[in-house]
Design a protein around this ligand. Structure first.
Ligand code: PLP
Length: 324
């Protein structure tokens, strides 16, 4: 298991946030301890490293409050149960507050990874069936991201479609991301921003986002739709779920690649993406090739939810909660 991080190296009380989100040494949360990233180590025999045997969560805080925290906890809890990794996902809440406070951040992306850990001494390192007694490795880090007010309009994205060759357990947020890494590389090599994955003629999702489409039904009426979990192995994105709840007219169903190609608008939604507008698919403009009203509406709804979560429970101020 990742040993360092359980003990020494307490975080400085009030570190200066780095000027660039990825610059300098940040404070990470490793196995219950706050520790500088340059000092944090994990065993080379960790099953996350050797097998990709673990799950992750990506969360976003605005003004110090995490959007949809309960939904993230529930998704991780369900994934851990399916993976048979024994860790209490509810701990995400306190650990996230501690991590944000230690890094002096209120607007941030927060990454958590839970691996099955390292086999206990005397157990084989590469046995597929895990030995009893391994302790999960828990790693969290965060970095500064734009405030909610900087998301005024949907960002335009150009994408290609790529055959979805990933595994079938799409609802598990597995750290084994080679399938989506390869799709993202293909998109970059094609000079585009992202890929939309298509499985057997059916729309799945983006490489790190869910898809929404604005289209017309047989009688020409405008409709909003997003792929159902049953139609393709996709992640039940927290952003997707929030938008489905807030826009009850949104259809949740199978969406074909032909519908995608004919859509008036196509959107990508996710924790980091927020709501992006796909303006081009496979070099062909979507609609008039510019972000449209459905994308603006979805972004407005999401911003409203973020705003209401921030005002629902006045922020006591995560800063200083850990060190105080
Ligand atoms: N689909 C995939 C494959 C993802 O990796 C992600 C986010 O990382 C999403 C969808 C969006 O999920 P969320 O809204 O929870 O960020």
């Amino acid at each position: 298991m990742g040993s360092a991080g359980r003990d020494a190296h307490a975080a400085p009380a009030s570190p200066t946030p780095p000027r660039h989100p990825y610059a300098g040494s940040v404070i990470v949360h490793l196995n219950g301890s706050l520790i500088e990233s340059r000092l944090a180590t994990v065993s080379v025999f960790d099953r996350g490293f050797l097998f990709g045997d673990g799950l992750y969560e990506g969360l976003r805080a605005f003004g110090g409050r995490v959007v949809g925290m309960d939904r993230h906890v529930e998704r991780l809890r369900a994934g851990l149960a399916e993976a048979r990794i024994d860790w209490d996902a509810a701990r995400l809440k306190d650990l996230t507050d501690e991590l944000l406070a230690a890094n002096g951040l209120r607007d941030a992306f927060i990454y958590w990874q839970v691996t099955r850990g390292t086999p206990p001494p005397g157990s084989p390192w590469r046995a597929r069936v895990p030995a009893h007694g391994s302790i999960p490795t828990i790693l969290g880090f965060c970095y500064a991201t734009p405030t909610v007010d900087s998301h005024q309009a949907p960002a335009p994205r150009r994408v290609i479609t790529v055959r979805d060759t990933r595994w079938l357990r799409g609802t598990m947020k597995s750290i084994s991301l080679l399938g989506s890494v390869l799709a993202a590389i293909e998109a970059a090599e094609a000079g585009t921003d992202d890929a939309i994955l298509i499985r057997d003629g059916v729309v799945a999702e983006g490489t790190s986002s869910n898809v929404f489409v604005a289209l017309r039904d047989a009688s020409g009426r405008p409709r909003l739709a997003t792929p159902s979990i049953q139609s393709a192995p996709i992640l039940a994105g927290v952003t997707r779920d929030i938008l489905i709840d807030r826009v009850p007219s949104c259809e949740v169903r199978t969406i074909t690649a032909d519908e995608l190609a004919a859509a008036d608008e196509v959107m990508l939604v996710g924790t980091l993406t927020m709501v992006a507008s796909v303006v081009e698919i496979d070099r062909v403009p979507v609609g008039d090739g510019a972000p449209g009203p459905a994308a603006s509406m979805l972004l407005g709804v999401l911003r409203e939810v973020i705003g209401s979560e921030q005002s629902a429970t006045p922020l006591a101020g995560v800063l200083g909660r850990v060190s105080g």
